[in-house]
Design a protein around this ligand. Structure first.
Ligand SMILES: [Zn+2]
Length: 289
């Protein structure tokens, strides 16, 4: 093992230990799966090693590694000189992760992919995932286990636990958007009218959908791809189109119900009462599975 590889190994094991402090001694042949590390964890590890050593790891090496040995072997392939001064090398890190502005809160276990940004005053719960290029604006309140897909924009919305916002969707906040005030001043944050969108528990907003300011999307609802939502969405409703209209009902598991209000996937059965859908019996457990 070269001096550089030894340095990388030390940095890698330190990064794994930092990520999984509850684990015992770590051997080189342990797979990332055995260590409980998924693909994003690998990204975090490599980012930490790059910061510690100054050596940039190409993505194709990261993508083809399954254990510590693989990764160290990959490192060896990108070290140009065994005697290089690792401590002073200047590199462009290829795996820059998200940005959390001062004054923002991000809960434990939440993850931000490349270039995701959480603005000051936004609050994100635990175990959320924010994809590449996601923006979460000031005033946003996001629950636990929420997934927000690549390049989605959330402007001051309230998003409940287990909801999902798919790529390129936008949750808008200002019902009278203007760049300037009537007297020609550039608008500041306090000049905007704030009518936040609410996305309720387990609801899904489809890719590219637009949700107008002040709209409430009910729990377990499904907004279709590219929909433009300008009216509130009932719990369990499936809405699509521009302007979005309700065209069906959706199970807790996300599948569209039959005309008999049954789920073809998990056999959940529902009933309509006063225009709202309710789950019958105790099939929720089956749906959640
Ligand atoms: Zn179902």
């Amino acid at each position: 093992m070269s001096a550089n590889t030894a340095t990388l190994r030390t940095a890698l094991l330190a990064a794994i230990t930092a990520a999984r402090p509850q684990r015992g001694p770590i051997e080189d042949d342990r797979s990332f799966a055995d260590l409980g590390l998924d693909s994003l964890d690998r990204l975090v590890l490599v980012h930490a090693v790059e910061q510690a050593t100054g050596i940039a790891i190409p993505d194709h090496i990261l993508a083809n590694t399954h254990n510590i040995d693989d990764l160290l072997g990959g490192f060896g392939a990108v070290i140009p000189c065994a005697d290089a001064d690792l401590g002073t090398a200047s590199v462009a890190v290829e795996t820059e992760l998200g940005v959390v502005d001062d004054g923002a809160v991000v809960g434990a276990g939440s993850r931000l992919w490349h270039a995701a940004q959480v603005a000051a005053g936004a609050c994100i719960g635990a175990d959320c995932t924010l994809g590449k290029g996601v923006y979460v604006g000031t005033g946003s309140q996001i629950g636990n286990r929420v997934k927000i897909g690549n390049y989605a924009c959330v402007f001051g919305a309230n998003i409940a636990d287990d909801a999902m916002i798919n790529p390129h969707a936008a949750l808008l906040e200002d019902p009278a958007p203007r760049a300037t005030t009537p007297d020609g001043r550039r608008k500041q944050h306090t000049d905007f009218d704030q009518r936040p969108v609410t996305v309720s528990r387990r609801a899904t907003v489809g890719a590219g959908a637009m949700i107008a300011p002040g709209i409430t999307v009910g729990h377990d609802a499904l907004v279709a791809i590219g929909a433009v939502v300008v009216r509130d969405v009932l719990p369990h409703a499936l809405v699509a189109g521009n302007p979005a209209r309700q065209c069906g009902w959706v199970c807790i598991c996300g599948h569209t119900l039959t005309d008999a209000l049954r789920c073809p996937r998990c056999s959940g059965e529902y009933v309509l009462q006063s225009g709202e859908l309710h789950l019958l019996g105790d099939t929720a457990a089956a749906c959640d599975g």
